[in-house]
Write a protein that binds this ligand. Structure first.
Ligand SMILES: [Zn+2]
Length: 155
């Protein structure tokens, strides 16, 4: 495989260079729902693999990040916002799935986007050296944040 690391991440807090990708999802188990998470390193290719998997009893506040709500957002800026984002959100089979990218050492959350629509392709954290604003699809949780920064794709 290609050993070349085409991008670099240096945590501004702890100086670490590694990123961890975490996937959190819920499954229905009888009358209850179970929450699971799996995580592993983000690789040079902007893909990742999961090294660990565990059931989590409860999603805590740290994980369940709440950002601006989409309804309000749509009212504020319905003119310039590409509708594709809303369509993705509605049609997704796994709306409850959450993805996170964190510094592997200090666990600081790093915003990231996807190289293809609907959470496809690779993961591109904003603090990686090869991140290009306007090129990637934001993880839906960061849509509002990216819009304010002018990082949304110009289609
Ligand atoms: Zn760090």
């Amino acid at each position: 495989m290609n050993e070349h690391q085409p991008w670099k991440f240096t945590c501004e807090i702890c100086g670490d260079h590694s990123l961890t990708v975490t996937h959190v999802w819920s499954i229905l188990a009888g009358t209850d729902s179970e929450n699971w998470q799996e995580w592993g390193p983000l690789e040079a290719s902007h893909h990742w693999h999961y090294d660990f998997k565990e059931k989590i009893e409860k999603i805590d506040d740290d994980i369940q990040v709440e950002r601006g709500d989409f309804g309000e957002f749509a009212e504020d800026d319905s003119n310039s916002e590409p509708e594709e984002y809303e369509i993705v959100k509605q049609e997704s089979d796994s709306e409850s799935d959450e993805f996170y990218v964190n510094c592997a050492a200090c666990d600081r959350e790093i915003e990231f986007g996807w190289s293809e629509i609907d959470r496809g392709g690779g993961i591109f954290p904003v603090e990686c050296s090869d991140f290009i604003p306007g090129k990637y699809w934001p993880e839906p949780r960061y849509l509002d944040s990216w819009q304010k920064k002018g990082w949304l794709q110009q289609l």
